[in-house]
Design a protein. Structure first.
Length: 319
């Protein structure tokens, strides 16, 4: 389990770069970085497959299709959504919105397995909701009427990224816990190819032809594209595949709160400022809430099910 936890934390540190990369590569667009990042991800995957160790032999057609779809729709869709969220809403809001994902995934897992009573989940959920609300409201208030439209669009983009991540997390965990689960290296390569194919659909939206082909801006863009394609995509995906295979979904999902921490830290470093009071309070509330949820799901069989008289009248879809 320790290896799985370390792999999950490494993934979060690398994925946290997603919250600053789109702003660092200006004047290049979100579409430019998306195509370059995932093109490199796919290229690395194909080059590695030239060696037999990295070649996904014996993978069923079904797994190939799932892997390509996860790479194309999951990675490209998620990155585009988060990139626009960062550009529209700044450093604090998108990581905190995405940071609700661990508990949402845990809720889905609990709805399916009933690991803990619903009433015990109420306190951490209230803390997390309050944390996200405090930061969002404070940022929207500070922006004034002229900037609120952009911020709200940023929140919507972050929410779309959150939805994509949840679907990806559920599907990836299902594959890695199945009896015919693929090798982690092979599964990473298949997703890399899918991400590259998905990014190619965005080529007409890029501005490469309008950008200078040399100079400091191009060097900066290529450097970050390489970092995001190799470290932020291939290595991060492999680490997450390892974590998904070694940890239960409810616990693996909770580790993603570290992505919020890294994302906030990177964002404030980029903006060269300390968090404001509302951002401190919101982040702390969310972290405490997720930590409480981790404790609940980490307690072996603690209060596994609700009393039968509570279950009798419950509607699982509304619990």
């Amino acid at each position: 389990m320790l290896i799985g936890i370390l792999a999950g934390l490494a993934t979060c540190a690398l994925w946290g770069l997603t919250f600053i990369a789109p702003r660092i590569v200006d004047p290049f667009s979100t579409w430019d970085l998306t195509v370059a990042r995932y093109g490199i991800f796919g290229l690395v995957s194909v080059l590695l497959m030239l060696h037999p160790r990295f070649r996904p032999r014996g993978l069923s057609v079904r797994l190939w299709l799932i892997g390509l779809l996860l790479g194309g729709a999951g990675y490209v869709g998620y990155f585009v959504a988060v990139a626009f969220a960062v550009r529209l809403a700044g450093a604090a809001v998108p990581p905190l919105v995405i940071g609700t994902m661990p508990v949402l995934l845990a809720l889905i897992a609990n709805w399916r397995d009933r690991s803990v009573p619903w009433r015990t989940l109420a306190p951490p959920l209230v803390l997390i909701t309050a944390g996200v609300a405090i930061v969002n409201l404070s940022v929207i208030e500070a922006a004034g009427p002229e900037g609120r439209g952009s911020l709200l669009l940023g929140v919507l983009a972050a929410t779309a990224g959150l939805a994509i991540w949840i679907v990806y997390g559920l599907a990836n965990a299902a594959v890695m816990h199945a009896p015919d689960a693929p090798d982690g290296v092979h599964w990473t390569g298949v997703q890399g190819i899918g991400a590259a194919i998905g990014s190619m659909a965005l080529l007409p939206l890029t501005s490469f032809s309008a950008q200078a082909v040399a100079g400091a801006e191009m060097a900066n863009f290529l450097g970050w594209a390489l970092v995001m394609g190799v470290a932020g995509s291939w290595i991060a995906t492999f680490c997450w595949v390892v974590a998904s295979g070694r940890l239960p979904l409810a616990l693996a999902a909770q580790l993603i709160v570290a992505e919020t921490v890294f994302g906030l830290a990177y964002g404030f470093l980029f903006e060269a400022r300390w968090p404001q009071a509302a951002e401190w309070i919101g982040a702390v509330l969310q972290l405490v809430g997720v930590a409480a949820a981790v404790a609940l799901f980490s307690t072996p069989q603690a209060e596994k099910a609700e009393p039968e008289n509570e279950k009798a009248g419950a509607n699982p879809g509304l619990s």
